[in-house]
Design a protein around this ligand. Structure first.
Ligand code: AMP
Length: 414
């Protein structure tokens, strides 16, 4: 199967060729023909499967096939994403794939000045990529008109719900044209996603490329059991011993990310942290430095790392296991992308055994466990409650979820 077989026309084939994509990925093979038939889809696909091109290419193809309109561009497609990082990465992809088409796009998210966004919107664009909060600001100050859109795409919809965006999404949807094609992408199928898709989608085609909630098969996973107090020493050892040049490290809390970053720097390993307390500029710079190889280690919390797109990222380290098991799948999905091999190592202390049990239940397999020579855990150390960063209600709750008013509230630290 080639991109041409999928029915894409010359300007898009040229862009794909320039990206050196030889063949479509499974999600692209499945989603593109269905989207081109103008059907709604509910797609279960994680980051790293090529899903962005999977919805952007057919979107552009349908725009190319539509009758050209005269005058200033009206917004024809809205792509909603949960985080700023994902929004800017999707925006970059849209720009890349639209390079040889006449279509323009702009990205809208909070944490940066609103003025340049107003200027871009006033000029007129065809495609808007946005996070819900800032988009609602534009809607309420009437700086954006979404009443003509033909396409709505919700990317990582499960994460948007996890982050509490449901009401924002409902408000946004209320302003959209009803005559539209809607594409919903989600890594997991929760009841909340089913409810949202029932409301939003019209006779959707279900597309799945990997079983939801299974961890990526080309990622080699391992658990290194280690005492909590020796995790940093082990991490430094692994990085130096393996001569790792690009490592994404996850911590549970923002404070933990900062502290680890400082400690690695002391060990002579260049590192930067990204989390919700960092300004957008600091986050963008840290990510750029990491991609360019100026820093070896990027320490991230779950939400900040969501959607980070780094080609051929070889190593992901869980310095601490996530308290929400699904985050484990998302974390290790940062490596082993688009067919590349990856390694995900979790440094697990005795306090985290309950988290590990839940993760293995979710991914339905045992992760190989090893002790590294010189780092064998001290059996006399007993498990202690995990401090989730000052949230008393969340102390030592392995699943970190509780029911409130019928909806699941997750305990989440950014
Ligand atoms: P995504 O799942 O959209 O975040 O894409 C993951 C990575 O796969 C990105 O770095 C893309 O550039 C890359 N990619 C997307 N489609 C293809 C393809 N057909 N062949 C090779 N790489 C691809």
């Amino acid at each position: 199967m080639t991109f041409k077989d999928l029915g894409l026309s010359a300007p898009l084939l040229k862009a794909v060729k320039e990206e050196d994509y030889e063949t479509p990925t499974p999600i692209q093979e499945k989603a593109i023909p269905v989207i081109l038939k103008k059907k709604d889809i509910l797609a279960g696909a994680q980051t790293g499967t090529g899903k962005t091109a999977g919805f952007t290419l057919p979107l552009l193809e349908l725009l190319l096939r539509a009758k050209p309109t005269k005058g200033k561009a009206k917004i024809k497609a809205l792509i909603l994403t949960p985080t700023r990082e994902l929004a800017s990465q999707v925006a970059q992809s849209v720009e890349t794939y639209a390079k040889h088409t006449p279509f323009t796009s702009t990205v809208i998210f909070g944490g940066v000045k609103i003025n340049p966004q107003l200027v871009a919107l006033r000029k007129g664009v065809d495609i808007v990529i946005a996070t819900p909060g800032r988009l609602l600001d534009h809607i309420s100050q009437k700086s954006i008109d979404l009443s003509h859109i033909d396409f709505l795409i919700l990317d990582e919809a499960d994460r948007m719900l996890d982050m509490g965006f449901i009401n924002d999404i409902k408000k946004i949807i209320a302003t959209l044209s009803k005559e539209r094609q809607t594409l919903l992408f989600s890594a997991t199928y929760s009841d909340a996603i089913k409810k949202l898709s029932n409301k939003l989608l019209n006779a959707p085609t279900l597309i799945e490329v990997a079983r939801a909630n299974t961890s990526n098969e080309i990622v080699k996973q391992a658990i290194y059991h280690v005492d909590k107090t020796r995790k940093r020493e082990l991490l430094t050892h692994l990085i130096n011993d393996g001569k790792w040049k690009q490592v994404l490290v996850f911590t549970r809390t923002k404070h933990g990310a900062n502290r680890l970053c400082g400690q690695l720097e002391k060990d002579g390993i260049t590192a930067a942290a990204i989390h919700g307390n960092k300004s957008q500029n600091a986050r963008t710079k840290a990510l750029a430095d990491f991609k360019e190889g100026k820093i070896r280690v990027l320490v991230a919390t779950d939400i900040a790392a969501r959607g980070i797109d780094i080609d051929q990222l070889p190593h992901v380290i869980n310095y601490e296991l996530p308290n929400v098991s699904e985050d484990y799948v998302h974390r290790i999905g940062r490596t082993g992308r688009a067919g590349n091999k990856g390694e995900a190592i979790s440094l697990v202390c005795v306090d985290e055994d309950a988290f590990l049990t839940n993760i293995e239940k979710l991914i339905q397999k045992d992760i190989p466990k090893v002790w590294l020579k010189g780092f064998k855990p001290d059996p006399s150390i007993k498990a202690e409650p995990i401090n989730m960063g000052g949230n008393r209600g969340a102390r030592n709750k392995p699943r970190g979820s509780s029911h409130r008013g019928g909806t699941t509230q997750r305990t989440r630290r950014r």
